[in-house]
Design a binder for this molecule. Structure first.
Ligand SMILES: Cc1cc2nc3c(=O)[nH]c(=O)nc-3n(C[C@H](O)[C@H](O)[C@H](O)COP(=O)(O)O)c2cc1C
Length: 194
């Protein structure tokens, strides 16, 4: 049975969803199964209707690796993603997520608007759950060359770069490559630790 990588995201305007979908392609290209899921909306007027179902706890337990993505909100993860993790105390008590490989990804409207802070912040609940964190190694040339998103802590997108401003959310070539590489890495570790 192929290893399964759960890609769990929150996205209001589609940028983080786009990252999630590109990471999923990387996961699949490495022979693993990608499960795209979102978290429940808790604000009264969610602008964007995500294309994927809300995750279940069974899916979280079943996954061999997990990637989580949220937009930068004042330098932190969105309240929707935070709210989701605050409902996982039962899984924490059971140790249900211990030793799962995991990673993080994000989008922000400005280049220095808190991507790294948010990525590091999103790692914290994963560490509390005992997961094993994967970043993005510098052997990917795109990490040296990117003029927009892409960090050693995980894939990112800057949503106000030229292409995105004109045509809605659109990843740069380097952002895209880094998502694919990250997906492949998650799949490799998911398979190894399956
Ligand atoms: C309440 C709120 C806070 C935000 N805070 C930041 C921020 O601190 N830094 C930043 O660069 N962008 C910030 N943004 C912009 C979003 O991070 C950006 O538009 C992102 O691409 C949205 O992702 P999405 O398209 O997946 O919803 C904020 C947006 C909102 C609504």
């Amino acid at each position: 049975m192929p290893a399964q990588v759960l890609i769990l995201y929150h996205s209001r305007h589609g940028s983080v969803q786009l990252l999630a979908e590109k990471i999923a392609i990387g996961v699949q290209s490495a022979g693993a199964e990608a499960l795209l899921r979102t978290v429940a909306a808790i604000t009264p007027n969610p602008v964007h209707s995500p294309a994927h179902p809300v995750v279940s706890k069974a899916e979280l337990i079943q996954a061999n690796a997990i990637a989580i993505g949220s937009p930068v909100r004042f330098g932190q993860m969105s309240v929707e993603m935070k709210y989701f993790w605050e409902q996982t105390t039962d899984l924490w008590l059971q140790g249900a997520l211990i030793d799962k490989p995991a990673g993080v990804f994000t989008a922000s409207s400005s280049m220095h608007g808190g991507q790294e802070a948010n990525l590091l912040g999103m790692m914290l609940p994963l560490l509390h759950h005992g997961m094993v964190l994967l970043g993005q190694p510098y052997d990917a040339p795109a990490l040296h060359q990117t003029q927009s998103g892409g960090t050693p802590y995980g894939p990112t997108h800057v949503s106000t770069h030229a292409g995105s401003q004109q045509q809605g959310p659109q990843l740069s070539n380097h952002e895209s490559i880094l998502c694919l590489e990250f997906g492949k890495r998650l799949a490799r570790f998911a398979g190894k630790l399956q």
